[in-house]
Design a protein around this ligand. Sequence first.
Ligand code: EPU
Length: 423
Amino acid sequence: MREVIKIEGGHRLNGEVTVSGSKNATVALIPAAVLAGGPVTISGVPAIADVDSLSKILRILGCDVTEKDDHLIIDPANMKNTDLDADVITKLRASYYFMGALLGKYGYVRMKMPGGCYLGPRPIDLHIKGFEALGATVEYEKGCYTIQAEHLKGTKIFLDISSVGATINIMMAAVYAEGRTIIENAAKEPEIIDVATLLNNMGANIKGAGTNVITIEGVKQLQGCYHEIIPDRIEAGTFVIMAVACADEMRINNVIPKHIEALTSKLTEMGADLEIGIDSILVRRSEHMHAADVTTKPYPGFATDLQQPLTALLTQVEGISEVTDTIYTERFKHCLELQRMGANIELYNGKCEVKGPSKLYGDRVTATDLRCGAALVIAGLLAEGETEISDVYHIDRGYDNIDGKLRALGGVIRREKIDETLA
Ligand code: EPU
């Protein structure tokens, strides 16, 4: 049985939607919790498949995991440093955060290569460089990493690229290291601040998260704590784009507007009617949208994760827009699917050119990765006729109940299980 999402296009959205907790913070907060001595309660946990996968990994490690509403209580008191070679490791990218967390806690970790969306090559050399700088040895054999250190010692680490994953992983490996670790050219994404906040609440001594220099003074002990996750800026941005594309009036609640300023200013430049509140954004229909060029950059620049959803909107506006992704130069598979639906898009190396407006028609398309899935949902809402999106497990990895939220807004969207043996 495979699941598809079917969307009947052409229905305008109206009403309010509440954004869930940040996926990319949650997937780091969960591994970070194993560094504590006692129970860590994380609240605002999104109902997404990546959380289920990470909970499975926690259970493999012997952690006690309790799910209650949107709370996850992780008690690592009886955990054991088991080798992580189960298939679940390859279901997502963020399983690599167990490298930093287990190395930090035990000085040893053995795990499979992580998986995640294919967006072109996604090396983890900077994570490894950071672990080695802290005193670890790293071996890679038959698809498995073995990382160990008798003693982790604080040091200065300069990241050649300000990688989100490497910054968080090094931060986790360094919390128990002897002395001071300084990460220079650190990534500044809000998710990094969220992870540092959790670790500091547990008793760590981390300063500078959110800037490009992070200092970690090693501590001897970390305890359990309570932590509330920040809202998901990419889900928020996706709904803002959806609203601009096909809502009469729509309010997006539980947003930190500062986190998506690069998007909201781009949309305003394109002619969108946005009212930015303290923790919400109201979008009203605008008839006069026009093309704009966009280039993805590390935070606070335009997020690569919103490049794909934005492209779907760009097919509807007047003029030629150039979209350049400097983070993942191959993150353009969604364009091929949008072309099937009638979009006029030319692909170049690391960029695409969208000529609008084009009429979109419902078709059978594939969510080749998570944010491609979001782009196709937007295209499906705009298209004439029915759009059938397959490989929806990619969408479910990162969007909490996207179809339920859209139905509440007036979208005509449903899931169907398809029995392939009958096909
Ligand atoms: N890079 C290296 N070496 C490394 C690490 C990264 O060359 O060791 C390169 C990457 O190939 C990429 C750039 O550095 O070109 C930035 O990668 P980064 O490490 O920042 O990305 P990530 O940590 O693997 C996270 C998000 C992604 C998001 C990127 C960029 C998680 C679990 N994933 O990935 O989110 O696109 O940051 O903001 O936090 C998504 O949510 O759809 C998603 C893919």
